[in-house]
Ligand binder design. Structure first.
Ligand code: ZN
Length: 353
């Protein structure tokens, strides 16, 4: 029992990651594990957790059935999060970027021999948080692999990762988990909230859904949805709404709008009678509004959102107020397209055109 408990406290992959886990275990058993793996897939589905689990497995001295034993020296060090041969490279001190100094520490780690005599594992999360200099520094480590190290690069946007980095990694795909698996994981954790609703708000990503339960994330999201609807209905100005949203995280604002946009496009692409996801009234109104905007305009807006997201993730330290104002003005222009579209449809119905 104790052993089981100890193993459970070390990360093991989620139920929806079994296929990828088998793949890694098989590669390892056949001594075919590449020097670097790129774990690619949408945000909020547990790729970092998976990378950590791979690290724990690789550093366990006697794994049992492809799971860390939980009691060896390697497992003990990992449980205490002090294993000297596991290196995690992620943005530090509230920053969104991984700085070149941090990559240099990683390069040193790879150059040295392992302290426990086994492998060395480095987790880099997310790769797109590397600025150009940091990415080039990492590239050196990828070009001159050291035999005993495994680099696990996590990416939510693999297309944004430098091609030279991508080409030096073996890519492991993590698709959006299936809804049933996500719900059975999320339901016991979402006390007092409807797991189906949380999952729908997160575009199906179970860990992202769980994050909505933290702090006032759900209220912020509702506030944003109401604000966007008010702006579309001319009850508030773009600048007023941008000012209201100042206190929140602009990245969350951009990502939420991206989510609604995706839903709008999804509705456009499906049959009318297909049931929509279990969402709130505001979500529903926003999605319907977006679904009535011509798709080429939605795609243009999507590109804009991607660019805003990139700005927010970059080291450039963008002006959040300006960025939010720009976004809200774009939203207003887009919403106008929607009402124009429905007005002209109405005129058609009324026989005015
Ligand atoms: Zn062990």
């Amino acid at each position: 029992m104790t052993d089981q408990h100890q193993t459970a406290s070390l990360a093991i992959p989620y139920a929806w990651q079994q296929q990828q886990w088998q793949r890694v275990c098989q590669l390892s058993a056949n001594h075919q594990l590449p020097h670097a793996l790129l774990l690619a897939g949408p945000k909020g589905i547990g790729k970092r957790h998976f990378a950590q689990a791979v690290g724990y497995l690789m550093l366990c001295l006697s794994p049992v059935n492809q799971v860390p034993c939980g009691s060896c020296k390697g497992c003990e060090l990992n449980r205490a999060e002090t294993h000297p041969d596991l290196f995690v490279l992620a943005p530090e001190d509230g920053s969104r970027v991984i700085k070149i100094d941090q990559v240099r520490r990683l390069t040193d780690f790879i150059a040295k021999t392992s302290q426990q005599g086994g492998r060395k594992v480095a987790v880099i999360e997310p790769v797109e948080a590397l600025n150009i200099n940091a990415a080039n520094a990492l590239l050196k480590s990828l070009e001159e692999p050291s035999g005993d190290s495994l680099l696990l690069l996590v990416s939510h946007m693999p297309s944004q990762v430098m091609a030279t980095i991508r080409s030096r990694c073996q890519q492991l795909e993590f698709p959006m988990p299936d809804q049933e698996q996500s719900l059975s994981w999320l339901t016991p954790l979402s006390v007092g909230q409807d797991a189906g609703y949380l999952l729908a708000c997160s575009g199906g990503a179970p860990l992202k859904a769980l994050e909505l339960l933290e702090g006032d994330a759900l209220e912020q999201r509702e506030l944003l949805a109401k604000g966007l609807l008010a702006l579309a209905g001319h009850h508030i100005s773009a600048l007023e709404l941008a000012a209201k949203l100042q206190s929140g995280d602009p990245l969350t604002v951009v990502e939420s709008v991206m989510h609604w946009l995706q839903q709008g496009l999804r509705i456009q692409g499906q049959a009318q009678d297909q049931p929509t996801e279990q969402v709130s009234e505001q979500d529903n109104q926003l999605q319907q509004l977006l679904a009535s905007v011509p798709s080429q305009i939605l795609f243009r807006f999507w590109d804009k959102l991607v660019s805003l997201k990139r700005q927010l993730l970059s080291a450039a330290n963008p002006n959040k107020q300006l960025l939010l104002e720009e976004l809200m003005m774009d939203w207003q222009a887009l919403a106008r397209q929607s009402s124009q579209a429905s007005e002209s449809r109405q005129r058609l119905v009324n026989g005015l055109i």
